[in-house]
Design a protein around this ligand. Structure first.
Ligand SMILES: Cc1ncc(COP(=O)(O)O)c(C=O)c1O
Length: 409
């Protein structure tokens, strides 16, 4: 089990579990949008629903009835959940452009067959990233055949930079934080006539950010179809940067389960607790300063307005957890507790699980979050060893070694 660490919890004063999924939420995520995303993404080469892994050993140590881990380390071989959002939004940009310039509706399958190759190659996609989003946008651009320029800030590791460049994208490194890279990507794109695919609506391109979020909802859609009817989940522990992933998961469960939906807890590093501070204040709050964290994907200071539309009413609490808890959770997952299958979970990917494990050991937190021995908890393992060097430094074994030990069980 995880050693005890300091953590903080705050309730969301607006987080009403009985609230209906209303008009504001429907403008972000809706059944037609999910169907369109599912229709495209499931035709991409290599598509497979990622596994929902039961961890009975950890559930027992945490004194809950069940703990399920959606393992996104498998997604399209990219190591994180991000392709279902970023690459899907790339598809939507190109599809729009072809409709505008050629006057025809296309699908991903049409593009794979080489239709409108010239029109596609004239499109330039641009994004800012802390690593995973840029990799998914670069991968999508490469798959569809358009040009791609990715902005990263100084904290992004060289390994992550190389992973993005391996899909043929031009990578530009800029000083400052992730938020500075976001600003730079939108300024240059406006000047050059490129299409920005952000994972936040804070920079202004709401349509692309909405498509990113709608694509992420496929992760929750898969989870819901992987659950049996008697497995109604009680809690979701969802890590957040700008909140796109958390809002997509929370929103999809909200649509599927209505007022019977699970309690959603948003998880962040203390240095970048913009959701935590926003819930405390009852309105969106931007945090500044050194946002740096081992959980690099969560090092964002500004909630996405689209995500706010869902999480403001949809989520019940927020937690901040220290980096060391994430590192220890990576080791715990890799070792496999009480006979659990070893799993490769990366720094940002295990944050929800780490927060759940910390809360489960604390009587006050259990009471506040309504966790008990009947709880059925779901976490989204949103990345595997996306930075292999960092992973093996933290865990003491490579991702491949851990995967081999799981395969040997
Ligand atoms: C692995 C991982 N998990 C979670 C997140 C958070 O997603 P969001 O910024 O949509 O909240 C990110 C963002 O980059 C990420 O890379």
């Amino acid at each position: 089990m995880l050693p005890k660490h300091q953590f903080s919890i705050t309730k969301n004063p607006n987080g009403a579990i009985a609230a209906p999924y209303g008009a504001e939420q429907l403008t972000v995520l809706n059944p037609a949008g999910l169907q369109a995303a599912r229709h495209e993404i499931t035709t991409w080469p290599g598509y497979q629903a990622t596994p929902l892994v039961s961890l009975p050993g950890l559930a027992k140590s945490a004194n809950v009835a069940a703990l399920l881990y959606k393992d996104e380390g498998w997604r399209f071989g990219l190591g994180s959940f991000k392709p279902v959002g970023g690459a899907y939004a790339v598809f939507r940009v190109i599809e729009n452009e072809i409709r505008r310039t050629v006057g025809q509706q296309v699908t991903s399958t049409d593009m794979f067959a080489g239709q409108h190759r010239d029109a596609v190659s004239r499109v330039t996609i641009c994004a800012a990233t802390d690593g995973n989003h840029g990799r998914s946008v670069a991968w999508g651009s490469n798959m569809f055949g358009c040009r791609c320029v990715i902005y990263i800030n100084e904290a992004v590791s060289e390994q992550r930079e190389k992973a993005i460049a391996s899909y043929g994208a031009e990578v530009r490194r800029v000083p400052g934080s992730f938020d500075d890279a976001v600003r730079m990507a939108s300024q240059i794109s406006a000047a050059e006539g490129w299409h920005v695919v952000p994972d936040t609506a804070a920079g202004g391109d709401v349509d692309a950010a909405r498509n990113v979020t709608q694509g992420y909802a496929l992760v929750a859609d898969e989870i819901i179809s992987q659950l049996s009817a008697d497995e109604r989940p009680s809690h979701l522990f969802l890590q957040a940067g700008v909140g796109g992933l958390a809002s997509a998961i929370c929103g999809q469960f909200w649509q599927a389960y209505g007022t019977e939906r699970p309690i959603s807890v948003i998880v962040e590093p203390p240095s970048a607790g913009c959701w935590f501070e926003s819930f405390k204040a009852g309105e969106p709050v931007t945090v500044s300063g050194e946002l740096d964290s081992l959980m690099g994907g969560l090092a964002c200071g500004e909630p996405s307005p689209l995500a706010w539309s869902i999480l403001n009413t949809g989520a019940q609490s927020a937690m901040t957890i220290p980096d060391e808890a994430a590192a220890q959770t990576m080791r715990l997952l890799a070792a496999g507790e009480g006979g659990d299958r070893p799993i490769v979970g990366g720094e940002s990917g295990v944050a929800g699980l780490a927060a759940f494990l910390l809360a489960s050991q604390d009587a006050d937190a259990r009471a506040l979050l309504e966790l008990d021995e009947t709880s059925r908890v779901i976490v989204v393992g949103s990345e595997g060893d996306t930075d292999p060097q960092s992973y093996s430094q933290i865990v003491g074994r490579t991702g491949d070694q851990v995967r081999a030990s799981a395969a040997g069980l």
